[in-house]
Structures are given as structure tokens and as C-alpha cells.
Design a protein around this ligand. Structure first.
Ligand SMILES: Nc1ncnc2c1ncn2[C@@H]1O[C@H](COP(=O)(O)OP(=O)(O)OP(=O)(O)O)[C@@H](O)[C@H]1O
Length: 579
């Protein structure tokens, strides 16, 4: 239990000060609560001694008033501090996760699905936000207050004090047993939350496929199973706690009854003052209330620590080595030296050597799955190589900070992601300080100003998440405008394929020509015209460069380039568009 409390304490980080304040105010609240005991004591003492003065009654009224006003004030301050601490604990953690995600290699997202990250950032951190400070404060202040009550009972009668102490120790023993038992179940509950988020996300994201194949029943089943798993793990945890909670309650009630019986017995034996005996009877109703509320919070302590463990797992996500310098190369040539790369254990690229000279265009072609995208991704350091090195401007990409490397590169892929924001902000994404005029200029060069201006709110038009309200060609032209504004010296481009209609395709090509003028370009090419005009063509097959050269050279050589260009091998899944 102490370890669990320390865990929350450590996790609270910068919010420790607010939690301290909250505990302090909780303690003050307990002190004000004890004023009521004092008030009752003065009244009882007056009654037992038969005093006819009004002073004890007035003193009792003052103490009661102080207790009510002080209690309400300290409680509200304590709760305010808890809410503040909880909110910022979760917010700081969310910001930390977002920061770390920027330096995580893309490969990480294979092992740790979107559901897991989403689950931690939403449900898990929501739990921490609402429960963690409350549990910490309730448990700590509960124990402190119980200790103070215990001292009070000892001051009335040490023998009854021992009864209370026994009750408290018994309660703690049962609690510790319950804590140990819950160790196995709490992480399962946490896992079930993640599985549920994953299932719902997958269901929603795959809705179009589910509907088009009329598989709504099947999709439902995964969500239903996840809901059932979640229900079962929650109810298993409750079932486990229920008998312990009952035994805990019984132990405290028995201790309370023993207090009353002992005080009556000692009074009859005339070994306790009547006022103290009466106070002990009254205290028997109060003394265990605080520890009971602390104990009920303990049952959720394990849930909180398991949430914290989950967040910390994300904390330890692999980070790319970012000890690089902020570099600005003069030339933007790209070199691969003996580069091999694997996803997990499967080697995809084998011993690649290539040079892309500054301000030239290199077309990369090859069958589906041969490693074209992977090769391009290594330049932008989406992954780190297994061996060899990728150099930009003569320096290993690992020598750059990620920011300074990405300053040199613009990436335009076919699957463009646009944010649920205005068109202007989407274009400004890579260059937030750009002015409206610069945005319009980039849009004009990317041939998208006409369709943007035809929209009801022009550049202020809000687009749906992922760019759902725009056509594929429009989305891609916006991403080209984005790259245009960024004006990086190296462009990595996945050329558009047949899913763009002819009118859009023509404008897209114009936009690409504008974007790539006077830059170092590496392009996954799908059009024969682009390939033919490239300064260099790389033919990739099975993760190796099997041919390299200009169109005129390669077409003359017997080999797969000539075979593909003449259409002899279209059937195995690679073709070039003739235009
Ligand atoms: N993130 C990933 N994790 C694991 N394997 C991957 C990942 N991305 C790609 N692969 C695998 O690596 C191989 C090369 O993929 P890559 O996307 O580089 O090929 P490509 O030539 O660009 O294919 P296409 O023309 O179909 O886009 C494929 O077998 C693919 O299944």
C-alpha cells in the first residue's frame, strides 16, 4: 500500500505541491471535525458534574460553529486543490506523451496499436485525473485523522485505546490481504479498457468496409466481446473485493461494540470517570469512520497504480537517438552506404548503395512490396537503419536533430492526411508563421486556389478529419501547397496513380512540376513520362537495387526495366502509366 501511495506521489510530479496543500486542508478539516467532539465533551462534563453555568453550553456552541464553518471552508479548498492537481497531472502527462510520440520510430506503431495510445491518453488518464489525487488525499488524511482520534481515545482511557488500536490493525491486515489479491485482477481490468477502445476504434474506422461487405454482425461481435471482457473484469474485481469489504466492516463494528462494552464495564468497576465513559461511547461511532473511508479508497488504489503503470509503459516507448546537431547542409545530395533495414526481424532492404546528386530527380520504380516506400522513409528518418548509413549533404541523418533534418525535407505521399481545421491552417501546417498572402501564393502554385476560392468560406472553410470532405486530387494538391510553403530543398514524393481523374491529374502534374523545380527529388514514380525524364532511375526488386541509370541506358539493356516498360511483366502487379 505504501508503495502504491508512493507511486501516485511520484507520478504527481509538479502537482505535488497542490496535493500537499490538499492533504494539509484535509487534516485541518479533521481538526475542525474534532471540535465537535470537544463541544460534546464540555456538555457531557457539565451534565455529569451537574454544573448549572451557561459557560459550557456557550463554549460548545462556539466550537460547533467553528467546526461547521472551518469544516466547510477547509473541505472546499482541499477539493479545489485535488481537482487542480488531477487535471494538471493528466494534462502534463498527455503533453509528455504527445512530445515523445514525435521522436518514436514509425515502426513502434506496429506493436502498439492506435487503440493502446488512445486508451492511455483518454480513459487511463481520465481515471488518473479524477481518482488519483482523491485517493491519495483520502487515504493519507484518513490515516492521519484516525491516528489523532486514537490519541484522543488513549487520553480518555488507555485500555479502550488498545481496543481501538487492535481494531485498526485488524482492518489494515485485511486491507493488505485484499491489496495483494487484487494485484492480478487490476491490470486485467486495465487491459479490458484498452481492448474496448481498440475494438470501438477499429469498428468505426473500418465502417465503410464492414458495410460494403454487409458484415455489420461480425463487427458488432468484436465490440460485444470487448464489452463482455470489460464487464467481466470489472465484476471480477468487485466480486473479489466484496467479501473483504464485509469482513473489514465487521471487524470495525465489533471493535466499536467492544469499546462500548468496555466503557460500561470500566464505569461499573469505577475505573473510568463517567464523562470519559460517555465520550468513549460517542467516540465508538466516530473513531473508525475516517479509516473506513480511507479503506474504501484503498480498494481503488490498485486500479490507479495499474493506470499509472500503463502510462509509464508509454513513457518507455523507444526514442530515436536525438543527440544530433542542428545542421544546415550547403548541398542536398543523398547517399545510401551499405544500408540494410528490417521491420522487426524481416530484412526488407539489403546492402543498398546509391547516390542522388544535388538538384536532380531520381525515379524509384519496382513491384509492389519491393521496398520503395521504405527506402524513401529512411531518408526522412522515419526509421533508423540496421546497418550502413543514410547521408544528406554528406552527414549521416542521425547527426541531425529531427527538426533540422525535417527542415531539409518535404514528404508528399499519396495518402494525404488533413486535419479537421481550416484549409489555410492545413496549408500552413509545416510553416505556422506564414502570412495569408504566402498561403494563397503556395495554393496558386499548387493549382488549388481555384477550388478553394469556390468553397463557401474560401480559405477559412473547415475540412473534415482526414480531409474527408475533399476529393483525393484536391487533398493531394493541398499537401503539395503545404510542401510548397515549406520550400524544403529535398522533396520525397509518391506520384499520384490512376485514382485521380484526368482533369485533376493534369493540374496535379503542374503542381508537382512547380514544387520540384530546382530541388533534389526522389520520387516513387508511376508514370512513364516522369520515369523517362528522370536524371536517374532506380529499379528495386526484393529489397535490392537491380538496375540503375537513365531511361535510354536501361531500355537498351536486357533486364526487368525493359520488360516492364514494354508491358511484358504487367501481370505480376507492377505497371507504368503510359502518360
Ligand atoms: N510498418 C511496417 N511494418 C512491417 N512491415 C512493413 C511495414 N511497412 C511495409 N512493410 C513491409 O515491407 C515490405 C516493403 O514495403 P514498402 O511499402 O516499402 O513497399 P513498396 O515497394 O513501397 O510497395 P507499394 O508499391 O505497394 O507501395 C512489404 O513486404 C511490406 O509488407
Amino acid at each position: 500500500m505504501i508503495e502504491a501511495l508512493k507511486r501516485i506521489w511520484d507520478f504527481s510530479g509538479k502537482e505535488r505541491g497542490n496535493i500537499n496543500k490538499s492533504i494539509a486542508f484535509c487534516f485541518l478539516n479533521a481538526v475542525f471535525h474534532m471540535f465537535q467532539v470537544g463541544a460534546i465533551y464540555f456538555v457531557v462534563l457539565a451534565l455529569v458534574d451537574g454544573t448549572d453555568s451557561l459557560a459550557p453550553a456557550l463554549l460548545a456552541i462556539v466550537l460547533m460553529l467553528l467546526s461547521i464553518i472551518g469544516g466547510a471552508a477547509t473541505k472546499s479548498v482541499s477539493q479545489l486543490q485535488q481537482t487542480h492537481a488531477g487535471y494538471f497531472m493528466a494534462a502534463n502527462s498527455r503533453i509528455g506523451i504527445a512530445d515523445r510520440l514525435k521522436s518514436v520510430p514509425m515502426g513502434y506503431f506496429n506493436d502498439n496499436s492506435l487503440g493502446e495510445i488512445t486508451g492511455v491518453s483518454t480513459t487511463t488518464l481520465d481515471n488518473i485525473e479524477t481518482i488519483a489525487p482523491r485517493v491519495l488525499v483520502m487515504v493519507l488524511s484518513g490515516f492521519i485523522t484516525t491516528a489523532v482520534f486514537l490519541v484522543m481515545v488513549f487520553s480518555f482511557d488507555w485500555r479502550i485505546g488498545l481496543i481501538v488500536l487492535t481494531g485498526v490493525l485488524l482492518y489494515l491486515l485485511i486491507t493488505s490481504k485484499m491489496q495483494k489479491k487484487s494485484i492480478a485482477l487490476a491490470p486485467l481490468r486495465q487491459k479490458s479498457e484498452t481492448v474496448l477502445v481498440e475494438a470501438v476504434l477499429e469498428y468505426v474506422q473500418g465502417m465503410s468496409v464492414v458495410k460494403s461487405f454487409n458484415l455489420t454482425g461480425r463487427g458488432d461481435k468484436t465490440v460485444q466481446d470487448a464489452l463482455e471482457f470489460n464487464r467481466k473484469s470489472n465484476s471480477d474485481l468487485e466480486k473479489l473485493f466484496t467479501p473483504y469489504v464485509m469482513v473489514q466492516g465487521a471487524a470495525l463494528q465489533i471493535a466499536g461494540v467492544c469499546m462500548m462494552l468496555a466503557s460500561a464495564g470500566f464505569f461499573l468497576a469505577e475505573t473510568i470517570h463517567a464523562a470519559n465513559a460517555l465520550m468513549v461511547v460517542i467516540m465508538s461511532f466516530l473513531v473508525f469512520a475516517q479509516i473506513e473511508s480511507a479503506g474504501s479508497s484503498l480498494s481503488i488504489l490498485r486500479v490507479v497504480t495499474s493506470c499509472i503503470e500503463k502510462v509509464e509503459e508509454l513513457d518507455s516507448m523507444p526514442q530515436m537517438d536525438e543527440r544530433g546537431e542542428s545542421l544546415k547542409p550547403v548541398s542536398h545530395d543523398i547517399n545510401f552506404e551499405n544500408v540494410s533495414f528490417s521491420y522487426e526481424k524481416r530484412e526488407i532492404l539489403h546492402e543498398i548503395n546509391l547516390t542522388i546528386p544535388n538538384k536532380t530527380t531520381t525515379a524509384v520504380i519496382g513491384p509492389s512490396g519491393s521496398g520503395k516506400t521504405t527506402l524513401c522513409s529512411l531518408i526522412a528518418r522515419f526509421w533508423d537503419v540496421d546497418s550502413g548509413s543514410v547521408k544528406v549533404g554528406g552527414r549521416d541523418v542521425r547527426d541531425y536533430t529531427l527538426e533540422s533534418l525535417m527542415d531539409q525535407i518535404s514528404v508528399v505521399f499519396q495518402n494525404v492526411y488533413l486535419f479537421a481545421d481550416t484549409i489555410e491552417n492545413n496549408i500552413k501546417f509545416g510553416c505556422p508563421d506564414a502570412t495569408r498572402e504566402q498561403v494563397i501564393e503556395a495554393a496558386r502554385k499548387a493549382c488549388c486556389d481555384d477550388f478553394i476560392e469556390a468553397l463557401p468560406d474560401g480559405y477559412n472553410t473547415l475540412i473534415g478529419e482526414g480531409g474527408a470532405s475533399l476529393s483525393g486530387g484536391e487533398r493531394q494538391r493541398i499537401s503539395i501547397a503545404r510542401a510548397m510553403l515549406k520550400d524544403a530543398p529535398i522533396i520525397i514524393l509518391d506520384e499520384a496513380t490512376a485514382n485521380v481523374d484526368p482533369e485533376n491529374e493534369d493540374r496535379l502534374q503542374k503542381a508537382i512540376e512547380e514544387l520540384t523545380r530546382n530541388k533534389t527529388i526522389i520520387m516513387i514514380a508511376h508514370r512513364l513520362k516522369t520515369v523517362r525524364n528522370a536524371d536517374q532511375i532506380l529499379v528495386i526488386d526484393g529489397g535490392c537495387i537491380v538496375q540503375k541509370g537513365r531511361h535510354e541506358e536501361l531500355i537498351e539493356q536486357p533486364g526487368i526495366y525493359a520488360d516492364f516498360v514494354t508491358g511484358r511483366k504487367e501481370s505480376i502487379g507492377w505497371k507504368l502509366s503510359a502518360v
